[in-house]
Design a binder for this molecule. Sequence first.
Ligand code: V47
Length: 379
Amino acid sequence: MPSELSAITQKVHAGERLSAADGLALLRSRDVWTIGELADVVRRRLHGNVTYYNINRHLNYTNLCALSCKFCAFYRKKGEEGEYEFSVAQIAEQARSAAAAGATEMHIVGGLHPYLPFSYYTDMLRGIREAAPALHIKAFTAVEIVHLARIAKRPKEIAGVLADLRDAGLGSLPGGGAEVFDDRVHDEAFKGKIRSDMWLLVHREAHRLGLMSNATILYGHIESLEDRVRHFCMLREAQDEAIAQNFPARFQTVIPLPFIPDDSELERLPGPSGLDDLKMLAVSRLMLDNFPHIKAFWIMQTLPLAQLALQCGVDDIDGTVVWYDITKVGGTTTHQEVNVATLCRTVREAGFVPVERDTLYRRVVREGAAWRVEEPVSA
Ligand code: V47
C-alpha cells in the first residue's frame, strides 16, 4: 500500500476523524481501490450490508430562471424556446399519479422564476397535500428559499418563510444548489447565486425548525481539489453544530454530483472521469463522518457506476425518478426512469441487501398497494 495512505488507513480503522490534509491526500491519490475499501469499512460500520433506495418522482416545476449559471444547461429565459412552467393543478395531478404508482416522495426543484408570486409555492404544496396526503414533499433548494423570501418581501425572514412552507406541506429540503463553497468558483461559474454562508444559513434554519435536509457538492468543473475538501469541512462543521445544538433536524445525506458539461457554457470542459466519481463518493464517506448517508444519484453517475460505488462507501442509490430535466440523457431526454426490480437487482449484484426507505430513512413496508413505515433503520 502506498505510504501516503497508511496513516489515513490507521485513522479510519481507529474511527478517528480525518483532517483536511487527509482529504486532500485521498483526492490526490490514484489508489482508488484502497480508498474505496476504506470507505466500505465506514459504510459497513454504519449500515452493514443494507443499501437504501426509494420510490420517488422528481418534478422541475419551471425552467425559467433569473440566473444564468455557466454550469447549468437547464435554465431558459422568458420567450426562449423550450421555456415552461407547470400550473398548480398540473403539479397536483402529477402528485396524484405518483402516489397511485406507489411513490413515497416527490422531489421538487426549479429555476428562480422571475414573476410567480409566493402564493404559487404555498398553493403548490397545499395542492399536493390534498391530492396525495401520504407523499413526502422534499422541495426547494436553499437558493430557491432565499428567492421565495425575496418575493414574499421578507428577505430577512428565512425562518418565517420556511415555517410558512412547512405549514403548507413542505417535509424536508433537498441538497441542491450548494455547488462548491468557494467565492472564486462562485464568481466564475454561478455568480448571482447565494454564497456558502447563505446556503448554510438556510439549512441551519431548516434544522432548527425540524426540517431534515441533504447536501450536495458539484465537482469536476473549475474547482480545485482544495475547494472540494474545504466544502466537505464546512458541511462537517455545520453538521457538528446541528448535533451540538441539539437541533430537532440535521443533514441526512450528501450527494456528490459530477458536473455534466453537455449544452452548458462550460461544455468545453471534459467533466469528471469515472475514477474521479468513485473517489469523490468514497472520500465523501470518509470525510463526512457525521453524515449518516452517502447517495449516488444514478441519473448523473449512471446506474453501472452507481452500482460499483456501492462498494466504495455509498449506501443509498436514490430512486425511480421517472422524469428529470436538470441534466438530460443526450441533452434532450427527460424520461429517466428505473423500476424497482432493476434497482434491487443492481443492489443485490453488488452484494448488498436492498431496503426501501422513505425520505426520512424509515423502512417502508408494503402490503398490496398500501405502504407504511417502520422505525428508523439507521442513525
Ligand atoms: O442544484 C445543475 C446540479 C442539482 C448540473 O437532495 C448539475 O436527495 C451536474 O441537488 N451537471 C440538482 N449537476 C440535483 C440535486 C439532487 C439530486 C438528487 C438527490 C438530491 C437530494 C439532490 O444539480 C442542482 C445543481 O447543483 N446541476 N446542472 C450539471 N450540468
